[in-house]
Design a protein around this ligand. Structure first.
Ligand code: NAI
Length: 535
């Protein structure tokens, strides 16, 4: 596709509304605003292109404008066909500092077109650094280079008919068209990109297969569920094209931390270690975004989509991990009687101790009013389950891919008719007359039917993104300190980012005395807990 200099959004007329909400969000995102104050004057990203694929929401708008305030030229697209807030996209596009290609309700071909436009920098080979959520942009670069090399070797072009998966078909078609116009576009892009900060590495699982297996991946969704592991495998095999910082595992509040740590002690930037050498999770991520973000946005999205009274209903949450815990408490808070399904006995016992009933889907499927899948696994709510649900049962997914719910089976099921109630709300009617209401086509309900996580939680996450980008700048762009491996931000940033968000909540912290610190064996300034202990 020809490169677009101009942004493409749904309606520029929404820009004024978007700007008002961006201004409100800035107040709720103290980490990002602290980054602007701290790093803005020195313009660390001056002259650089930083491109991103991440839900084009108001909160992301504050991230984009923070990167721009630090000197970057930014191109952006959404990482989900439904998650764009059109007023946010319009406001960012109108400001003129960043180029946006995103609108709510993109088709799959449009989605991949936007992704390619985001990555194609006019007058340059590509971006210097990448922000990615879900790995689609990273995937496209890797696959593009792989197919270009294959074309150079044997003249063969990507074949969209080699896969039944609609999304992979789009990617293959896009790359087929691209190679016919420019045989080395993605190879140059890969060489130009010095590193990626990745919100969610899961989808990168598809990268672990060779070109010839690309089609087969679509038949085997397991391939997409082991992303971090596969990414590390790729790094070990030398297939990863640039270093990746996994912001997901150590992020939310890390941003403010980064600001302080990086400015107070610039050497700390070099303390990042390959992920496998560090803790596997980040408290300010998993215990904040996943729990409190979803606790806020699950009932919000169900109410906006259906206006249904949650109180008194039976609500089932599949998976009692961090997201499931937030969802279960929110549904209980709204007055629902909550049921949990789990495969892990520890999480199941935790659910019991909180007074939730742990069940299998099979034993209660006909009695539940609202189903929420929160597992990150697939094939959780099957066609057989939906056939047995009560009339107008609500089905949604807040986990990861739309394959938590058997959407393809439902859409292809003979005799099933679909009534579109309103955008992102569909009632699938079975031949016996009963229907199930599926939200956001089985994709993330809190992004599709509401506005995702609130600004304050996202401030933590995006502060980490900025820190990661600064880290890539120091260690990948200016120097070559990192290998093509997966890195995490250090544990201490966790506490720092949290600390930076406390003042706006009016919290007063107790100061550890030297005597007390020695007694419990921690430094006075932290970290206060071992990395392995999630608190
Ligand atoms: P987690 O690993 O803490 O929890 C998932 C839980 O699901 C685990 O306890 C696991 O035992 C359980 N599980 C797995 N297979 C199951 C099955 N067949 N039936 C019942 N339970 C099963 O992960 P976390 O942090 O709760 O995240 C879950 C998903 O939510 C991930 O895919 C994550 O990417 C996504 N997520 C979505 C967000 C959103 O805004 N929608 C925000 C944060 C995470």
């Amino acid at each position: 596709a020809p490169t677009q200099d101009d942004p493409l959004v749904k309606d520029m007329g929404l820009a004024e509304f978007g700007r008002k909400e961006l201004t409100l969000a800035e107040h709720e995102m103290p980490g990002l605003m602290a980054a602007r104050k701290e790093f803005g004057p020195s313009q660390p990203f001056k002259g650089m292109n930083i491109n991103g694929s991440l839900h084009m929401t108001i909160q992301t708008g504050v991230l984009i404008e923070t990167l721009a305030a630090l000197g970057a030229k930014v191109r952006w697209c959404s990482c989900n066909i439904f998650s764009t807030q059109d007023h946010a996209a319009a406001a960012i596009a109108k400001a003129g500092t960043s180029t946006v290609f995103a609108w709510k309700g993109e088709t799959l071909p449009e989605y991949w077109w936007c992704t390619e436009q985001m990555m194609t920098v006019p007058g340059a080979d590509g971006c210097d650094q990448l922000v990615d959520d879900g790995g689609d942009a990273t995937l496209l670069i890797h696959k593009g280079k792989e197919f270009e090399e294959k074309f150079a070797k044997d003249g063969s072009l990507p074949d969209p008919s080699s896969t039944t998966n609609a999304e992979f078909k789009c990617i293959l078609q896009l790359l087929r068209d691209s190679i016919q116009v420019d045989k080395t576009k993605y190879t140059r892009m890969a060489a130009k990109c010095k590193g990626v900060s990745e919100e969610m590495l899961r989808v990168l699982g598809v990268l672990g297969t060779g070109c010839q297996d690309f089609g087969a991946v679509s038949e085997s969704a397991e391939e997409t569920t082991t992303g971090v592991h596969r990414l590390r495998e790729m790094a070990a095999k030398g297939e990863l094209l640039f270093p990746a910082i996994n912001v997901n595992d150590c992020r939310f509040f890390c941003f403010v931390l980064v600001i302080l740590v990086f400015t107070e002690n610039r050497a700390s930037r070099n303390t990042l270690l390959p992920g496998k050498q560090q803790q596997q999770d980040c408290v300010t991520k998993s215990k904040f975004d996943n729990v409190y973000g979803c606790r806020h946005s699950l009932p919000d999205s169900i109410m906006r989509a259906t206006d249904v009274m949650i109180g008194g209903k039976r609500a089932l949450v599949a998976g009692y991990g961090d997201v499931g815990k937030g969802c279960a408490f929110a549904m209980r808070g709204a007055g629902a009687r909550v049921l949990i399904t789990e495969i892990d006995p520890i999480c199941a016992l935790q659910a019991c101790m909180e007074g939730f009933q742990v069940v299998t889907l099979e034993e209660c499927v006909g009695e539940v009013d609202i189903f929420t899948s929160a597992t990150g696994n697939f094939k959780i709510i099957t066609l057989e389950h939906m056939k047995k649900m009560k009339n107008n049962a609500i089905v949604c997914n807040i986990g990861h891919f739309d394959n938590e719910i058997a959407m393809e089976d439902l859409e292809k099921c003979p005799g099933v008719k679909v009534e579109n109630i309103k955008p992102q709300v569909d009632r699938f009617v079975f031949p016996d007359g009963h229907g199930v209401i599926v939200l956001a086509s089985g994709r993330l309900v809190n992004l599709g039917c509401a506005t995702g996580h609130p600004s304050f939680v996202m401030s933590c996450s995006f502060t980490n993104q900025v820190l990661a980008q600064l880290d890539i700048l120091e260690n990948c762009t200016k120097a070559k300190n990192y290998k093509n491996d997966v890195y995490l931000l250090p544990k201490k940033l966790d506490e720092k980012v949290a600390a930076l968000h406390l003042p706006s909540l009016g919290a007063s912290m107790t100061k550890l005395s030297k005597e007390q610190a020695d007694y419990i064996g921690v430094p006075v300034e932290g970290p206060f807990k071992p990395a392995s202990r999630l608190k």
